[in-house]
Ligand binder design. Structure first.
Ligand code: SF4
Length: 328
């Protein structure tokens, strides 16, 4: 099997940016959309609070990431690729990437200081096009109408790394996990993608011997109790472990709400107003749980973009599983 797109299909690679969408389907959609101009974007915004997974991959596997971008450009017939990096990665790799021998033009873009929303894919297009920094409505999806209105393939750093591995027949279902929190061996590990969360913690010497819970899949990820961890990780490859006894419930929710309060774009009320209100309640240590439930529902059903739509989950699962009766 020589054709890269067929190899990606056979490998069953799913995007590693968090959504877990089929990489084959995404590439096929860009290939099948007729246009004279197409673009590739590599997303290295990595906005997770303890995020250092893409940085680890750039540190150790830059050649494969660049190879993956280059292969994608050839496969979809792109005229230009953009590598979009958060500030510290941009500063660290600017020189190495600038002198990289990639055949087609490569634009290196620094993520502006706009918080978590700066990693959202339509915002990335807005940044590159120098437009206002609000997300675009989807559909149309970027694969049909993306950068400069043209079909655009966007994947994250880890996904391009694995595309390169697939092209060399060196991929066997691995993924990277970034493990942090109250553990002995924090860091980035490459393990099987079908390992359960428990296996990942055990294989890395990080399974706690105390009462704990974890946020799994990134800052918008669900809160898991140990009894729920016998399944593989969904979403972005982050596991953040908490020693239950050390967690102040108000502080936990305040930190989360502060993050989304500072990291949203202020375009729509359910999200910008919702996180402001949650944050205020947490700061005052006076949570009206009925009001909080209404805010979370409104986030889920009425937010304009995926940031707001997904961010209810850690709040809802923390309240249901950790605060138990819903009242601290
Ligand atoms: S949900 Fe609304 S306010 Fe929040 S980031 Fe998206 S567009 Fe901006």
């Amino acid at each position: 099997m020589d054709n890269l797109i067929d190899k990606i299909k056979a490998a069953g690679l799913r995007g590693r940016g968090g959504g877990g969408f089929s990489v084959y389907q995404k590439w096929k959609s860009v290939i099948d959309t007729p246009s004279d101009k197409k673009y590739v974007i590599c997303n290295g915004a990595e906005g997770e609070p303890e995020g250092f997974k893409d940085g680890y991959i750039l540190d150790n596997h830059l050649e494969d990431v660049m190879n993956g971008i280059s292969l994608a450009m050839k496969e979809i017939g792109a005229e230009k690729a953009y590598l979009y990096l958060r500030k510290d990665y941009y500063e660290k790799y600017q020189k190495a990437i600038g002198s990289y021998p990639i055949e087609a033009p490569l634009g290196l873009i620094r993520k502006p200081d706009i918080g978590y929303i700066g990693g959202e894919e339509t915002i990335i297009c807005q940044v590159i096009e120098e437009q206002n920094l609000f997300p675009r409505k989807k559909p149309p999806y970027l694969s049909e109408k993306g950068l400069f209105g043209q079909p655009t393939l966007i994947n994250n750093v880890e996904t391009f790394y694995y595309v390169s591995k697939i092209s060399k027949d060196e991929y066997a279902g691995e993924r990277f996990y970034s493990i942090s929190g109250d553990i002995d061996n924090p860091g980035v590990y490459e393990l099987k993608e079908d390992d359960t969360i428990i296996e990942v913690l055990k294989h890395t010497g990080n399974y706690p011997d105390f009462d704990f819970f974890a946020q799994v899949g990134g800052i918008s990820g669900e809160i898991f109790l140990p009894s729920e961890m016998d399944k593989p990780l969904d979403g972005a490859g982050f596991i953040n472990v908490y020693n239950s006894i050390n967690v102040d419930h108000y502080s936990f929710l305040e930190r989360l709400s502060q993050f989304f309060h500072e990291g949203n774009c202020d375009k729509c009320t359910p999200c910008s107003g919702g996180f402001y209100l949650i944050n205020e309640m947490c700061k005052k240590k006076q949570i009206d749980f009925n009001k909080l439930e209404d805010i979370l529902l409104s986030l889920k059903v009425s937010s304009f973009c995926a940031l707001g739509k997904n961010a209810y989950l850690p709040f809802e699962t923390f309240i249901n599983k950790i605060t138990k009766d819903g009242k601290h």
